[in-house]
Ligand binder design. Structure first.
Ligand code: SF4
Ligand SMILES: [Zn+2]
Ligand SMILES: [Zn+2]
Length: 311
């Protein structure tokens, strides 16, 4: 058995980009130290007293909730609450909602479930049937953001934490660069400025590789759902995942470099593309034009629904 680079215990993992073998306890410390640093750099806890954590039941968001609770759960002046979006995906989402409920109970954290059906009137399985060849995730992402923001706003949250890890973040950076969507790059979280109606999103795990999040969940005995969403295959992001995995395996540390480069460029991007003043859409969500993407998509889906009904 290989020995930990920091002590005499057996190592449980090898961190390629740092060259260290780590035992369970040094690995835990390694993960938590970086999450703590990120959390403190993204959120001013002298000001932010209500934090909502979006938890789907997957490893990333369950770990995010657990570590955030470890870091600030004992503070009497900060309240943590959990939001789960129920997209209405049969055979997938009900099990994960139950896992989140159990996790929240064990941490004594309030758990709020917000469903597509209640907020937009249709569930994801219905949407997938109606959109033909289009990618379900494109719709799901927009509706999820609306549900999360609405629930966070209604509970008075000042920050909304998500479980996005280093892999997600580097993929999003590369994807926006490749598409030439520089404005979207400028708007990527973590958000520094609160906009009326829009709860700033934070991502405390954005420096932690996905595999480390997985190992952390296993070692800490955090129960999560490992199943993939039935619509996952269609996600365009998977192409970027493969590209980044390839680069990382040849040059360890590449994901960190992509995110560090983005962070260095971000102030310039935000200067060039300042946040537009948001107007409130008829649904109550903020949008630059006053008409949000979610309402546009709902209208499109309703049209398809009526075409199907009356061919
Ligand atoms: S994989 Fe796509 S459809 Fe499934 S939950 Fe995620 S965003 Fe929604
Ligand atoms: Zn050790
Ligand atoms: Zn709207």
């Amino acid at each position: 058995m290989v020995q930990c680079s920091k002590c005499t215990s057996d190592a449980v993992t090898f961190i390629r980009y740092s060259g260290n073998h780590l035992c369970a306890s040094h690995f835990k410390e390694f993960v938590e130290r970086r999450v703590k640093k990120e959390l403190r750099s993204q959120v001013d806890l002298d000001v932010v007293k209500e934090i909502a954590v979006a938890v789907s039941g997957g490893k990333d968001s369950c770990v995010a909730l657990s570590i955030i609770n470890d870091i600030i759960g004992s503070r009497k002046d900060v309240n943590i609450r959990c939001i789960t979006v129920d997209e209405g995906i049969a055979g997938y989402r009900p099990e994960s909602i139950e896992k989140v409920r159990v996790l929240c109970n064990s941490l004594d954290i309030e758990h709020v479930v917000v469903s597509f059906k209640d907020v937009i009137g249709v569930d994801m399985d219905e949407i997938a049937d109606l959109i033909g060849q289009r990618t379900p995730c494109a719709y799901c992402g927009v509706f999820r953001r609306r549900c999360m923001n609405k629930a966070a706003r209604e509970m008075g949250a000042q920050a909304l934490a998500t479980g996005h890890n280093l892999d997600d973040t580097s993929q999003a950076v590369l994807m926006n660069f490749t598409r030439g969507d520089v404005e979207r790059l400028a708007r990527m979280g973590p958000h520094i400025r609160a906009q009326p109606g829009l709860i700033p999103r934070i991502a405390p795990l954005r420096q932690i590789p996905e595999k480390e999040v997985y190992l952390y969940a296993i070692l800490q005995d955090i129960d999560f759902v490992d199943a993939k969403c039935p619509y996952w295959e269609a996600a365009l992001r998977n192409e970027y995942r493969d590209i980044i995995d390839n680069i990382e395996s040849r040059t360890p540390g590449s994901r960190h470099s992509i995110v560090a480069s983005y962070d260095a460029l971000r102030p310039l991007l935000r200067e060039k593309f300042p946040q537009s003043v948001l107007r409130i859409c008829e649904c109550g969500e903020p949008a630059p034009t006053g008409k949000c993407m979610s309402c546009t998509m709902i209208r499109e889906i309703s049209n398809r629904k009526s075409i199907e009904k009356y061919p």
